[in-house]
Design a protein around this ligand. Structure first.
Ligand SMILES: [Zn+2]
Length: 214
C-alpha cells in the first residue's frame, strides 16, 4: 500500500474489483477461501472504504462480482469464514438464515475452542470414529462430520488434512496438475507443506506411482 490512500468509488466498480483482487490471499487448504487482507473488523469481517463509508468487504464483493443486494437481504457465508470474499462462497439470505447460521455456530461450532478443533482433527486423522469423538467433545456427530469435511472450522489447523472415509483421494485433479508444475522449482517437502499432505504423497505423484492418468 502506498502512502496515498486509494480512494474507491461505486462509480468505478472495475477499480473496486481490482482493489479486491490485490487484497486477497487465496487459501490453499480447506475451501480455498479468498481471505481478505485489508482491514478486518472486530467480528472478523473485512471492511473496505468506499465513497467515504466503511463497507463490509463480503458485501462489496457480492456487489461487484454478482450484482445488486436486494433491499433487506443479507450477504451470508457458506464457508463460515467471515473474512472470505470469494463470491461463490457467499449467498443472499434473510435474517432467518442469518439467525440459523448463528444458532448452528452457537450450538455446535461455538462451543469448541480452536484447541478442541485441532484435537478433534488429530483424532480423526488417527482414524477414530466420528461417534466416539463426538461423545468425547460433547457435540453432535454432524459437527464432527462437518469438521472432517472442512465445512466447519476450516480455518483451524488447516494443515491437518483428514482423508475422506472410504479412501477417496486427498488431492483434487486440479491440485495434482498444479503440483506437477512445481516439480523442479520447489522442494518436495515445501510442496507437501503447501498442500497439507505427506512428502511421500508428493513423491508418489512425481514418480508416477499415483495419479498416473492425469
Ligand atoms: Zn470462503
Amino acid at each position: 500500500m502506498g502512502g496515498k490512500r486509494n480512494k474507491l468509488s461505486w462509480s468505478d466498480p472495475r477499480r473496486i474489483k481490482a482493489f479486491l483482487y490485490e487484497n486477497i490471499k487465496i487459501l490453499r487448504t480447506g475451501h480455498k477461501c479468498w481471505q481478505y487482507q485489508g482491514v478486518i473488523s472486530g467480528c472478523g469481517y473485512g471492511s473496505v472504504w468506499i465513497d467515504g463509508r466503511s463497507e463490509g468487504a463480503h458485501r462489496v464483493s457480492w456487489r461487484v462480482f454478482m450484482g445488486r443486494i436486494p433491499e433487506g437481504r443479507l450477504v451470508l457465508h457458506k464457508c463460515d469464514n467471515p473474512a472470505c470474499i470469494f463470491p461463490s462462497h457467499l449467498y443472499l439470505g434473510d435474517q432467518t438464515d442469518n439467525m440459523r447460521d448463528c444458532r448452528e455456530r452457537g450450538n455446535h461450532f461455538g462451543k469448541l475452542s480452536d484447541e478442541d478443533v485441532k484435537a478433534i482433527k488429530l483424532r480423526l486423522l488417527d482414524g477414530e470414529e466420528y461417534n466416539y469423538v463426538a461423545q468425547i467433545f460433547d457435540v453432535s456427530r454432524q459437527t464432527i462430520s462437518a469438521i472432517a469435511h472442512g465445512r466447519a472450522h476450516g480455518m483451524v489447523a488447516p494443515e491437518i488434512k483428514i482423508p475422506p472415509r472410504g479412501g477417496g483421494p486427498l488431492l483434487s485433479e486440479k491440485e495434482v496438475k498444479e503440483i506437477r508444475k512445481l516439480f523442479g522449482q520447489v522442494s518436495l517437502t515445501a510442496i507437501a507443506d503447501m498442500y497439507g499432505v505427506s512428502r511421500r504423497c508428493i513423491y508418489d505423484i512425481r514418480e508416477g506411482n499415483t495419479w498416473g492418468s492425469i
